[in-house]
Design a protein around this ligand. Structure first.
Ligand code: NAD
Ligand code: 3PG
Length: 527
């Protein structure tokens, strides 16, 4: 299986993929046509900010399971198109945060003390000591626009430098900001109060052009630093503001179009410091993001949960061990429920009871849906299962309950339509030991694996013996069975674990007996 890598990543990531048995093909600086050809047979694609992952590229990638972004920003990836194709998009949101924060602080000093300009002059033989009178960061106010991972790391570092911190981020709480020693305020207030403003938002339709001429005017006499994304700051307005003396200086690591072209208005402006998108370019950061991305490729291709999936539900790393055992279990419960229901579904209800109800369960619900659709849609995965449900007009309902009967946790998938419903419940016994413990209200105890026969019958003497004889006559061994019944002589449901698949005529023979209401064979072999 091939993984295509289109922007340079650290060898540690490439090695990890090779060790996991992948063929790794690199295609740095390939044109669109070459990329479309190279991606055709790739199961994984790894990019940084240098590759545009377009709808056309995804269309050409027929085998693709995952796009791994070895870094944070995903503005170069068409996530909607990936979701439509059932392709996971995952980034590495932690690995380069400290590198980006350090580069930001370095850029603040670079512009406030004119370090690159002084360096250039000295290199050309000029001892221009009298021409550079810098600005001290100590006792100045730093305005942080976007107080996420990088913004917070910058806040910590700049707090230690003696700066006052004021931040604009409509999506975080005042408590979080206060814990970092920052005061939350509106953007205009931040710009008016700050001596230096540093930008740390993603590039989205909302943030594009967020800092433009009117905003720069409010920062009069200050400095602007952008190590987040080009496009958040209007480059023409910024160049003009520095040239006209509205701002003292600016430092930029990122640009609306990269690589930056020679005719950029920012080049050659005296007090504008530029670096070629180096924020994440440290050895440690590159190793971190490359290995984390490789791990996610391996997980995705092995149909295991991908921790940092952006278009599929994911779960916090610390909670993952508690949630993981229920992911496969919910998939199996959804699969069994769908096969037994065998009718149009109007509503899928996933109920969580006991300990699991206290966890983030979106990924578990997506897996239940994946299980439901796996017979119908071979391309289904946790990425596109929720949209498949929507397309099919199935309402997905989640609910939580404290009590889980006598289990620690219970996950129940119930499928409804106007005519009826079926529910399948599963739990984990100690030691990651999955069990289906209730089908359609009958208490059972089935290991969800291999060949399963579910028989509904009248509770009469000899029925179980009859089923055993029919199976035995066909040479099929019963590995285990569990019989649940409503009342003596009422209806019963029996689950048989079989060593082999029964033939269709065996099922017909069972159903031709008046005592048997229904017999259904389920293959759970590939899970
Ligand atoms: N220069 C580099 O090499 C480099 C390295 C790492 C990250 N980055 C970039 O830095 C940026 C921040 O990364 P991060 O990991 O901190 O992301 P993050 O998602 O953790 O944080 C982004 C923050 O921006 C906030 N935000 C979103 N919209 C906003 C708006 N309209 N106004 C104000 N705040 C808004 C969010 O609430 C969030 O708190 C991203 O653009 C990322 O691509 C660049
Ligand atoms: O978003 C990021 O992670 C940074 O901008 C780094 O981008 P890069 O991997 O292209 O250097």
């Amino acid at each position: 299986m091939k993984v295509l890598v289109t922007d340079p990543i650290a060898d540690a990531g490439l090695d990890r993929l090779r060790e996991a048995g992948f063929d790794v093909e690199t295609a740095y600086e390939a044109d669109d046509e070459a990329l479309q050809t190279a991606v055709q047979d790739a199961v994984g694609l790894i990019v940084r900010s240098g590759t545009e992952v377009t709808a056309e590229l995804l269309e050409a990638a027929q085998e693709l399971v995952i796009v791994g972004r070895a870094g944070i920003g995903v503005d170069n990836i068409d996530i909607d198109a990936a979701t439509e194709h059932g392709v996971i998009v995952a980034n590495a949101p932690e690995g380069n945060v400290r590198a980006a924060a350090e580069h930001t602080v370095a850029m603040m000093f670079a512009t406030a003390r004119s370090i690159p300009q002084a360096h250039t002059r000295l290199n050309t033989g000029e001892w221009a000591k009298g021409e550079f009178l810098g600005t001290e960061l100590n006792n100045k106010t730093l305005g942080i626009v976007g107080l996420g991972r990088v913004g917070q790391e910058v806040a910590r570092r700049c707090g230690s430098l003696g700066m006052e911190l004021v931040a604009y981020d409509p999506y975080i709480g005042a408590d979080r900001a206060n814990a970092l020693g920052a005061e939350l305020a509106e953007l205009d207030t931040v710009l008016e109060r700050a001596d230096i403003v540093t930008v740390h938002t993603p590039l989205t339709p909302e943030t594009e052009g967020l800092i433009s001429e009117p905003e720069l005017a409010k920062l009069e006499g200050g400095y602007l630093v952008n190590c987040a994304r080009g496009g958040v700051v209007d480059e023409h307005a910024l160049a003009a503001a520095v040239e006209d003396g509205v701002l003292n200086g600016a430092a930029l690591d990122v640009f609306a179009d990269e690589p930056l072209s020679d005719d950029s208005p920012l080049l050659g402006v005296d007090n504008v410091v530029v670096t070629p998108h180096l924020g994440a370019s440290t050895e440690a950061a590159q190793e971190n993001v490359a290995t984390s991305t490789a791990d996610q490729i391996v997980a995705a291709v092995n149909d295991e949960p991908v921790m940092n999936a952006l278009n599929a539900p994911s779960v916090d790393a610390s909670a993952f061990p508690r949630v993981e055992p229920y992911i496969g279990l919910a998939e199996t419960a959804g699969r069994i429920a769908m096969e037994l229901f065998d009718a149009h579904v109007e509503e899928a209800h996933v109920e969580y009871a006991g300990d699991i109800a206290t966890e983030e369960i979106d990924i578990v619900t997506a897996s239940a849906l994946k299980g439901m659709f796996r017979q119908l849609e071979p391309q289904v995965n946790a990425v596109n299962a929720p949209s498949l449900a929507e397309q099919r007009g199935i309402d997905v309902v989640e609910s939580k309950a404290k009590q889980a009967e006598d289990f620690q946790s219970l996950v129940t998938v119930t499928l409804h339509n106007g005519d009826g419903e079926i529910s399948v419940s599963g739990t984990q016994f100690v030691g990651e030991n999955p069990r289906i413990v209730r089908i359609d209200g009958y208490r059972v105890d089935a290991i969800p694996h291999g060949h399963m026969l579910v028989a509904r019958n009248y509770d009469e003497p000899g029925v179980i013996g009859f089923i055993g004889t029919v199976l035995g006559d066909s040479g099929i061994n019963i590995a285990g069975m569990y019989n649940g019944r409503e009342t003596i002589g009422g209806e019963a449901l029996t689950v048989y674990s079989l060593d082999d698949e029964p033939a269709t005529d065996l099922i017909d023979t069972l159903e031709s007996d008046d005592r048997i209401i229904q017999a259904q064979y389920l293959s759970l072999n590939d899970r």
